[in-house]
Design a protein around this ligand. Structure first.
Ligand SMILES: Cc1cc2nc3c(=O)[nH]c(=O)nc-3n(C[C@H](O)[C@H](O)[C@H](O)COP(=O)(O)OP(=O)(O)OC[C@H]3O[C@@H](n4cnc5c(N)ncnc54)[C@H](O)[C@@H]3O)c2cc1C
Length: 381
């Protein structure tokens, strides 16, 4: 392949970096990926058995508008890698307190033409026998979501990109990025490119000051579980379950297609260092255990298979907007990490590649990544 469009170095081989490499390679750029660990890296935020994808986006309506294009780009990626690492399904929400969720979701789902409906509370015990119904106020099912399988996506994408001519540099921690000269240092050597994209996940503030005022790393815990015998069958057929209670707030991915049952929460710790230890203590999972006991019946009967520590960056303000910005003349910083970045990885990577290729203005790419496009703009992507 000719690389007449120039050479781009991508730093980081998580979903953001690999998606950006994919989108650039498809546009005819020469791409090199530098990753501080193995590729894919088990310490990366992206590296996990499953991730939720969905159109329902709560109050972040701008991200809901991006979801049809995000789903479409994953389908294009699956075609390229030759495997559809996606289990489509609905997502069911359990509302216990007065949360600002139903109105914005009804609005955005209607605008997108996507279905949602109430499940009568009387039907919950039959369909979801594992759910604690005490204090349950409402149950809502949203259509067209499901689970992505990240480890398989990252692995197959790496193989595909390598075969397509992308050069990979594993165990190459990058430092000293010069965004004006287009240079960086890895393993004591200086490397130069026409453009540099930094997609360093929870390490981003160690490599660039550009988003340090906006994002902070957050140590998060999830648990993988084996359900008690009486719920094994039920877990085989339930979709993704999300509890929106203030105290009981959890998200749960069922065991499907070779994955384990996983439960986590979205209470950000806003502390920790992604280079630090990854040993989950009882303190790390204390809040999650309390919440899960309120969300699930007989939660103490589940066997814990693994307590896992992972990191993402979250915004210092409550916006949860991805921070994707040009840096100097020659670099972009892509901090599309946070608790909702996997489903949007290919869309953000494509946006950055479009800006580098001159197909879209830098400003529009920044707005797209921040979820600030109107429905009409998102439809035109
Ligand atoms: C527990 C949990 C649950 C989540 N659930 C969901 C979900 O259900 N749905 C969803 O859409 N999203 C979810 N997310 C968020 C999603 O996983 C992240 O937003 C996304 O994976 C971030 O990808 P990334 O490529 O930006 O970061 P990463 O995957 O962390 O990739 C960054 C890479 O850069 C490398 N790197 C860093 N610094 C350097 C350097 N100096 N030199 C070279 N390489 C470097 C790292 O080693 C790493 O491999 C969840 C996240 C967590 C932690």
């Amino acid at each position: 392949m000719s690389h007449s469009r120039g050479h781009v170095i991508v730093v980081g081989a998580g979903i953001a970096g690999l998606s950006t490499a994919w989108a650039l390679m498809r546009r005819g750029f020469k791409v090199s990926v530098f990753e501080q660990g193995p590729i894919p890296n088990p310490r990366a935020t992206s590296y996990d058995e499953h991730r939720i994808t969905r159109h329902a986006y709560g109050t972040l309506e701008g991200y809901a508008y991006l979801m049809p294009r995000a789903f479409a780009l994953y389908e294009e990626m699956f075609k390229d890698i030759g495997a559809r690492h996606f289990a489509p399904g609905s997502v069911v929400y359990f509302l216990r307190d007065d949360v600002d969720w139903f109105e914005p979701v009804s609005r955005s789902m209607a605008a997108l033409g996507k279905g949602m409906h109430e499940i009568p509370l009387g039907a919950v015990p039959d369909r979801f026998p594992m759910i604690e119904t005490k204090s349950l106020a409402r149950c809502v099912e949203t259509e067209e979501g499901g689970m992505l399988f990240p480890i398989r996506i990252l692995t197959d994408l790496t193989v595909f990109l390598g075969n397509a001519g992308v050069s990979f540099h594993a165990d190459a921690r990058v430092s000293d990025v010069d965004p004006e000269a287009g240079t960086l240092v890895a393993n004591g050597e200086i490397h130069r490119a026409d453009r540099i994209v930094i997609a360093a996940g929870a390490w981003v503030n160690k490599i660039t000051p550009v988003v340090a005022d906006a994002v902070i790393p957050s140590r998060q815990a999830v648990m993988y579980l084996s359900p008690p015998a009486e719920y094994v069958e039920a877990w085989k057929s339930v979709p993704v379950l999300i509890d929106l209670g203030t105290e009981s707030g959890t998200y749960t991915l069922p065991p499907r297609m070779g994955t384990r049952l996983k439960v986590g929460d979205h209470v950000f710790t806003r502390s920790g260092d992604a280079d630090g230890d990854r040993i989950a203590t009882e303190a790390d999972v204390a809040r999650l255990n309390r919440a899960a006991r309120l969300a699930y019946r007989y939660f103490d009967r589940y066997q814990v298979l693994e307590k896992k520590i992972c990191f993402y960056t979250v915004t210092r303000d409550p916006s949860e907007e991805f921070q994707v910005k040009p840096w100097g003349r020659k670099a972009w910083v892509v901090s599309a990490c946070s608790g909702h970045g996997f489903k949007l990885g290919p869309l953000i990577g494509d946006g950055v590649a479009a800006a580098i290729a001159g197909e879209r203005s830098d400003g529009d790419t920044v707005r797209l990544a921040a979820g600030r496009m109107s429905l009409d703009e998102a439809r035109a992507l």
